[in-house]
Design a binder for this molecule. Structure first.
Ligand SMILES: NC(=O)c1ccc[n+]([C@@H]2O[C@H](COP(=O)([O-])OP(=O)(O)OC[C@H]3O[C@@H](n4cnc5c(N)ncnc54)[C@H](OP(=O)(O)O)[C@@H]3O)[C@@H](O)[C@H]2O)c1
Length: 279
């Protein structure tokens, strides 16, 4: 049974591919640039672009399962290609933003809702993974200044978030793809523990064996800094999430352990897994 893995060198997708391979499953990793590095060793990577639906029939031919990233442009083409290829189950990496009370006005929620809705209306069976903030965002926010100066500059150092390890999202996806009972399920996934941003930086410092200084800066300065490495839609989401975490405890969840049978990784474990990224 072939499983097509979109984004097979992405933070989550690469662990989905590795997890499927370690279970002895036949995978077909895809990329818009299959000739580049970063794929599981020995994998035959197929060219596919979700925003170029004409590339999809060949990538999906004979496949029964798909791990999918949310790309609203081209989703109707994906659904048509998956239905005609005989795909039976799609596991979508969606977003917890779709659950927000203001989802209709939130651009991140809207882009994921469009994809969920197209799949729900199709003949495909589906599982939606709806995560909150990824721990990997810390690479975007803090990697450069930690490596260069041993400093993190941010506005709300005592705000709390509950970051999620990408390996946990991948383990959830692999379980949903390979075990019965997950079709028609939507899983909100928050991290397992609530930590202040300052505590998260301390965990990174402990992982790399270096003291990291936290400098509190004004929000507008942070917006400009984050905008150097992130799209504005992402900057707005991050700053809104941090601001909310000043006064509201973030949601945490136990869904990873409930579904996969293994406890979710802590942020300290994530920091150790990524220590070389911060050195
Ligand atoms: N960051 C968060 O806090 C957060 C929270 C909730 C949900 N999410 C969801 O998670 C996603 C990010 O996951 P991630 O960190 O694993 O992403 P990532 O590391 O940026 O990887 C994205 C993958 O998607 C593939 N991709 C991009 N455009 C594509 C296209 N047009 N057609 C086919 N493949 C395409 C890329 O593959 P190639 O470059 O090889 O083609 C890449 O491997 C977000 O976009 C969002 O949907 C994120």
């Amino acid at each position: 049974m072939v499983t097509v893995i979109f984004g097979a060198r992405g933070n989550v997708g690469r662990h989905v591919a590795a997890g499927m391979i370690s279970r002895g499953e036949q995978v077909r990793p895809t990329s818009r640039e299959p000739g580049t590095a970063g794929f599981p060793p020995g994998a035959q990577v197929v060219a596919a672009d979700l925003e170029q639906p004409e590339t999809l029939p060949a990538a999906l031919e004979g496949a029964e399962r798909v791990f999918l990233y949310a790309k609203p442009d081209g989703i109707d083409g994906f659904v048509a290609a998956a239905e005609s290829a005989g795909v039976q189950h799609v596991v979508l990496l969606s977003s917890g933003a779709v659950l927000r009370t203001d989802a209709a006005d939130n651009p991140i929620a809207r882009m994921h809702a469009v994809v969920e809705s197209a799949i729900e209306k199709s003949d495909l069976a589906w599982t939606f993974i709806r995560p909150g903030m990824f721990a990997t965002n810390a690479l975007w926010w803090w990697q450069q200044s930690i490596r260069a100066e041993g400093v993190v500059r941010m506005p709300y150092a005592d705000a709390r978030t509950a970051p999620i390890h990408e390996k946990d999202l991948a383990a959830l996806a692999v379980t949903a793809l390979t075990e019965p009972g997950h079709q028609g399920q939507a899983y909100p996934v928050w991290g397992p523990e609530s930590l202040t941003l300052r505590e998260q930086v301390q965990h990174i410092g402990a992982a790399i064996g270096r003291e990291i200084t936290v400098e509190v800066i004004p929000v507008e300065q942070a917006r400009a800094e984050l905008g150097k490495t992130m799209p504005s839609i992402g900057v707005d989401a991050v700053l809104a999430g941090w601001e909310a975490g000043r006064t509201t405890a973030p949601q945490v969840s136990t869904v990873i352990e409930e579904v996969t049978g293994r406890p979710a990784h802590t942020f300290a474990q994530w920091a150790r897994d990524h220590a070389t990224d911060f050195r």
